[in-house]
Ligand binder design. Sequence first.
Ligand code: AMP
Length: 273
Amino acid sequence: MIIARSAQELKDALALKTGSIGFVPTMGALHIGHRTLIDAARKENDTVVVSIFVNPTQFLPGEDLSKYPRREEADFKICELSGVDILFYPDAGGMYGEDEVRMCAPDVRGFILEGASRPGHFDGVLTVVMKLFNIVSPTRAYFGKKDAQQLALIMQMVNNFFMKIEIVPMDTVRENDGLALSSRNVYLSPAERQEALKLSAALKSATKMVMQGNINSADIKANMETILAPLNVEYVVIVNRGFESIENVAIGDTIILVAARVGVTRLIDNVWM
Ligand code: AMP
């Protein structure tokens, strides 16, 4: 595995490769969720590039940028064992200069839910993904459905800017007890981890209601809010794939999303129907 620490090093490494490139952008502290994306990229492409970059522009002032888990040695090992060809591991100075051109998230879809809770977050995400796409020039890029709004905005960016990259959405990987894997789970104390199970429990209960024929969004939401009540809930929404609120769940075109704080840790989860 080649470790490229600058855009130039990455371009030099890629110049020696032929065929398709599968790309998995991450912020590190890799877990089985990331691993699933890497495995898919490995199966479907000649070359696999993973980036590990804790992107400062997507963190708001006061968020966990400096505390965000960093696991350099373990991450390198995981990439190597997963058959990654090139690991891109830049520092912030190599990715950003001063007073740069930036991407802006779209007004409506970029400023609801995560965009409302974390204004500016998606501008940072789109900016870094645009930079990464331009350095890597991937054939396919792999993103988790767990970050549903991020996935939708990246798909929109690729579309709006006529970029020739296939975005591959990947299902959320969970612990056996339902907790969605996240690098931020390391912040949870054992007691908080138990509390965090309420997110997946609420989504599971919502799925059960739909299976039993109750597709009314208000009923489903009320039930979820009861389960989530002890937590500091930021939002529970039932939307279509275009992120518009819907009165009834429509199988094949619905996402139910939740964001809540467990102690000081902010967690998100969702289910696609
Ligand atoms: P992050 O390192 O948190 O920026 O995540 C990098 C990529 O992994 C993103 O596309 C995430 O959506 C995806 N991802 C994070 N957690 C999971 C999970 N539990 N299952 C599947 N994909 C995930």
